[in-house]
Design a protein. Structure first.
Length: 328
């Protein structure tokens, strides 16, 4: 099998085949998984056509995505929607943390989905526009949160708007892209001098070093980033990288317990999308009881304190702040 070069380093010499026929998101499909020995990046066949994939996913409510409908409801009644979102899911914490003492910034959210993050940023004293490729999601967002949303790719938006931004947000987006370098390059041109691009993505380095694709199955995710490959991605287009720390995050997530849980491969735990019926993995009652105890405030803070002390860089989500130079 021919190994394509690492999409981040572009060096073929560092790229190896980890698995020639790994499970795909649609039942009965298989994809090769490649790894870069240099930046620890994993990637699948980036030439795969995904045009019909998202139609299939959007035609049903894919398992695991119901929570977004809940967030879209609950932000409306919360006094501090950004704080609410960051307590629900780790990916939103860096936005809350970045904006908590800031007002009056012009913000763009790429991949705004149902619109609750853009709404939450608007409620924080900053101005936010959301763009998404799903016309259906944009219509829902405009109805619920007011006319802050446009159906567009980042490239398409760039062509129709002269606007520049202090902050561009992309949570859990770049892993879905075939060409993330093009994406950060386009984002860079939309930043004001001194502006910031904030990216979050699943962290490969949270998992064992020999883990193969313990993230959403290909081609839903095309890439699996490490903090190293995320850093390189931004630096390729001239942005300065700073890793976001989750040290003081208030997310209800027992990282020590998860770290143990993910020590062995969990392929069956993925959201394998069946054509006929989605597979829903249910926890047993005992697993639920253990989870409840593990997520109690006392046990969680003790475990998180121990785990973060043991390895403070490791968290299931990696996030970067990419700064554009102020003097251009
Ligand atoms: Zn690489």
């Amino acid at each position: 099998m021919k190994t394509p070069p690492c999409p981040i380093c572009h060096k073929t010499t560092n790229a190896v085949v980890l698995n020639e026929n790994f499970f795909g998101y649609l039942s009965g499909t298989f994809f090769p998984i490649f790894s870069c020995k240099d930046c620890k990046h994993q990637y699948t066949d980036l030439t795969t056509n995904v045009e019909t994939l998202y139609e299939k996913i959007y035609a049903k409510t894919a398992p695991g995505y119901e929570r977004y409908y809940r967030y879209a409801q609950e932000v409306l009644t919360d006094k501090n929607p950004l704080l609410y979102l960051s307590s629900q899911e780790a990916a939103y914490y860096p936005i809350y943390n970045f904006l908590k003492n800031k007002k009056g910034l012009n913000v763009l959210e790429v991949g705004s989905g149902l619109g609750y993050t853009t709404y939450a940023v608007n409620q924080s004293g900053n101005t936010c526009t959301g763009i998404d490729i799903s016309a259906d999601a944009v219509e829902k967002a405009n109805k619920r949160f007011g006319k802050h949303f446009h159906t567009a790719t980042l490239d398409g938006f760039k062509k129709q708007s002269e606007e520049k931004f202090d902050l561009i947000i992309a949570t859990e987006l770049i892993e879905h892209l075939q060409d993330p370098t093009q994406f950060v390059g386009e984002a860079e041109t939309l930043l004001k001098p001194g502006g910031t691009l904030l990216i979050t993505t699943p962290n490969k380095c949270f998992y064992p070093s020999d883990a193969v694709w313990q993230t959403d199955l290909p081609p839903v995710h095309f890439q699996w980033f490490s903090p190293q490959s995320l850093q390189k991605l931004g630096e390729k287009v001239g942005l300065t990288y700073a890793e976001v720390s989750y040290q003081n995050s208030h997310i209800r997530q027992n990282t020590l317990l998860e770290w143990f849980y993910w020590r062995k491969p969990h392929y069956t735990n993925h959201q394998l999308f069946e054509e006929s019926a989605p597979t829903v993995v249910k926890r047993s009652m005992i697993a639920n009881i253990i989870k409840t105890i593990a997520e109690s405030s006392l046990v969680m803070s003790l475990c998180n304190a121990y785990y973060k002390k043991a390895n403070s860089r490791n968290f299931p989500i990696t996030a970067g702040l990419f700064q554009k130079a102020a003097n251009e």
